[in-house]
Ligand binder design. Structure first.
Ligand code: SF4
Length: 694
């Protein structure tokens, strides 16, 4: 007997709708949901092979504990593990206080789980010691939107792609990282003549149909974007009426970019004056510009400035809140959007509220029925600071849910030291990750996305219901259930009957918020298909784009221009470390390969780590394709396999982030954007050393 279950692809933030055909409790087929607005039935290679990723060999199906880190984890009953977790956490609370316990979450968790942990940590425990791997992914975009538009949240929709006449893609290999979005862009370029400008030190698949590829030097995006705004002003593409009616700070920004002439911009970016002028002319000629960006912008110590500079251009031209227009950050994970909506970053509360705003704390305290003053007004530590505090002994315990920091955090020797020092490490996951195998004192088995009900929010604010297709194996339980079960044993008042009850409480907290209002989005309605927020009533159809009326989410309704000052990466090439190293993803793999490692089709193109190098640099070093090479930086070293790529800038190297063996995070730097605290994962300096065998 087979049935079809609707859900969302659990890989990237495009959030494609899928239909799982289930036969005798097994998913036998996956197809794109033709009614879903993200993909209209299409899937990329990862989405199309989903049924093969559901039964990984690394699955954590039963709880495990160990009392000695040198011993192996041993399986125990779930009740025993939950009791043990609660007892150990309570012992730490009694000795050191609630603030000694940190939570580290993931953009792969449902809205319901992230909301529940937020309530436990920030409401019931009264600390803000929680953060998420969105800190590595979208924190700079969050800060840029908030500073300029008054709140987080991309204003655009995927449907704007078909209405744009010009795409500016900065720091995003969209073709490989957000493939379905790229297919839509490609159609608009090839069939409807839209212009595509791609800014990236590597010429990637994304540039395949580009009208212009700008290989700007790593870290020089802010200079380039300031230079483009200079041209937009100079050549009369600025919408002064929009600026006068809907913004503040124009004179400061206009003054600030005066010096960013094409010549100055070319000098700062390594581009030619002609390239800068050509890009500027394309933007001047456009009526409907869609600017997209991702990790190449965000993962930088100048990330907020870069994202802000993109938004400044849209405010200056009035190309926001209109069809085919707007600044559009592309989220890496399937629910990194939703996680920040429900408040899982260290400074946030549900509904895009902040812990350091008294009115926001009061609203949430009242809604949660906890005493006034329960929520701490000081933002908690960001992800890197949290692990530093663990290493310093200020934090004693960490509860890691749905992510593998040992692989994904920058300069991962510091993460190793932190986990070694921790008195208690709880890892709650679908998989036996390296963090779990090496450091978990308690491992809790989580049900994965296809095994429990919940919601995800995609990059363009669509909320999709995940329906369970088959029962979770062994003792695995939904993440929210596991957290609540431990919290109850710690004597906290959390009594949600199911995921829907959590969602209903959360959506109630957003009623009347602008623009993040999901109060009209019920599970019942989501059963008929995704809904795009804002959706303030049960009879409201959802909202395609934000700020269409020119009213922004600031106190006076005006968007704020912000001056953006370029800052070069924290580590630049030197005599000893002469290469830039930049990192990224490949189409067939997903993050730390927990999901993709066992899917044969996804491992045909690349079967391990590699390092791309320009042929001139390879000649100078005397290395050739397929050769193993040592990559050495100031914080560590690894080996990788040489790939010659004439499309990468000379002096620049590229490594994918996916493989633990050859992981560039042994090399990456802890530097972070001072506002967003997002680490600079995209740039550090290294040397290469050929390996002489024998
Ligand atoms: Fe899944 Fe992203 Fe591919 Fe869509 S584009 S099928 S969400 S991996």
């Amino acid at each position: 007997m087979s049935n079809v279950v609707r859900s969302q692809c659990p890989y990237c933030g495009v959030g494609c709708g899928i239909e799982l055909t289930v036969n005798d409790g097994k998913v036998v087929r996956v197809t794109g949901d033709s009614a879903h607005p993200a993909n209209q039935g299409k899937l990329c290679i990862k989405g199309a092979t989903i049924e093969q990723m559901l039964t990984p060999t690394t699955r954590l199906t039963h709880a495990q504990i160990r009392t000695d880190r040198n011993a192996a984890l041993r399986s125990v009953g779930l009740d025993q593990a939950l009791d043990h977790a609660a007892q150990r956490l309570n012992a730490i609370r009694q000795q050191y206080g609630n603030e000694a316990i940190g939570f580290y979450l993931s953009g792969q968790l449902t809205n319901e789980t992230s909301y529940l942990v937020t309530k436990l940590c920030k409401g019931l425990m009264g600390t803000n010691t929680m953060d998420a791997n969105s800190r590595l992914c979208m924190a700079s975009a969050v800060a840029a939107y908030t500073r300029t538009l008054g709140t987080d949240g991309p204003p655009c929709s995927y449907s704007d792609i078909e209405q744009a006449d010009c795409f500016l893609i900065v720091g995003s290999n969209t073709a490989e990282c957000h493939p379905i979005v790229y297919r839509r862009i490609e159609q608009q370029v090839r069939k409807h003549g839209a212009t595509l400008i791609v800014v990236d030190p590597r010429r990637t698949q994304t540039s395949r149909y580009a009208s212009l590829h700008l290989a700007a030097a790593p870290g020089s995006d802010t200079a380039l974007l300031n230079g483009l705004l200079h041209i937009l002003i100079r050549d009369g593409a600025v919408d002064y009426e929009f600026i006068a009616q809907h913004t503040t700070g124009w004179s400061e920004i206009a003054e600030a970019v005066t010096g960013w002439t094409p010549a100055q911009t070319a000098l700062a970016t390594g581009l030619t004056v002609e390239e800068v002028e050509t890009a500027g002319a394309m933007l001047v000629a456009s009526q409907r510009t869609l600017s997209m960006w991702s990790m190449g912008v965000n993962q930088s110590r100048n990330g907020v400035a870069k994202a802000t500079a993109i938004i400044n251009m849209h405010l200056a031209t009035g190309r926001i809140g209109k069809p085919g227009c707007g600044p559009f950050s592309l989220t890496g994970q399937p629910n990194a959007m939703g996680g920040r909506e429900v408040g899982y970053l260290a400074h946030q509360l549900p509904g895009y509220r902040r812990v350091d705003v008294a009115e926001h704390r009061t609203a949430i305290e009242q809604a949660w029925g906890i005493p006034v003053g329960s929520i701490n007004s000081t933002p908690g530590p960001d992800a890197q600071t949290m692990f530093n505090q663990l290493a310093e002994g200020k934090l004693k315990a960490i509860w890691i849910i749905g992510t593998n920091p040992l692989h994904s955090m920058p300069n991962n020797s510091t993460i190793r030291a932190a986990l070694e020092k921790a008195e208690l490490v709880i890892v709650q996951d679908v998989y036996n990750t390296s963090s779990c195998l090496a450091y978990a004192d308690i491992a809790l088995p989580a049900a994965q996305w296809a095994e429990s009900i919940g919601t995800f929010t995609a990059s363009d604010r669509h909320i999709t219901l995940l329906n369970p297709a088959y029962p979770a194996p062994g003792d695995a339980m939904p993440d929210w259930w596991l957290v609540q079960a431990v919290a109850q044993r710690m004597d906290f008042e959390l009594n949600f009957a199911n995921a829907e009850a959590i969602w209903d409480e959360y959506r109630g907290l957003t009623a009347g918020r602008y623009p993040l209002d999901v109060s009209g989005v019920s599970y019942e309605r989501l059963g008929n298909g995704p809904i795009q927020w804002p959706c303030p009533a049960e009879d409201h159809a959802g909202t395609v784009r934000l700020y269409s009326d020119g009213r922004f989410a600031t106190a006076n309704g005006r968007a704020n221009f912000q001056v953006t000052i370029p800052v070069e990466p924290a580590e630049v090439p030197s005599y000893e470390f002469p290469f830039w190293l930049t990192t990224g993803r490949v189409l067939e793999q997903w993050h730390t390969r927990t999901r993709t490692a066992n899917v044969a089709k996804l491992n045909q193109r690349h079967n391990g780590s590699f390092i791309e190098i320009h042929p001139d640099d390879a000649n100078t070093l005397g290395v050739s394709a397929g050769e193993k090479i040592a990559v050495i930086g100031r914080r560590g070293s690894c080996t990788s396999i040489v790939q010659i790529n004439p499309e990468i800038m000379p002096g620049c190297l590229f490594m994918p982030i996916h493989w633990e063996d050859g992981n560039p995070n042994v090399l990456s730097i802890n530097a972070a954007d001072p506002i967003s605290k997002q680490p600079e994962l995209k740039a550090c300096a290294v040397q290469l050393r050929p390996i002489v065998e024998g």
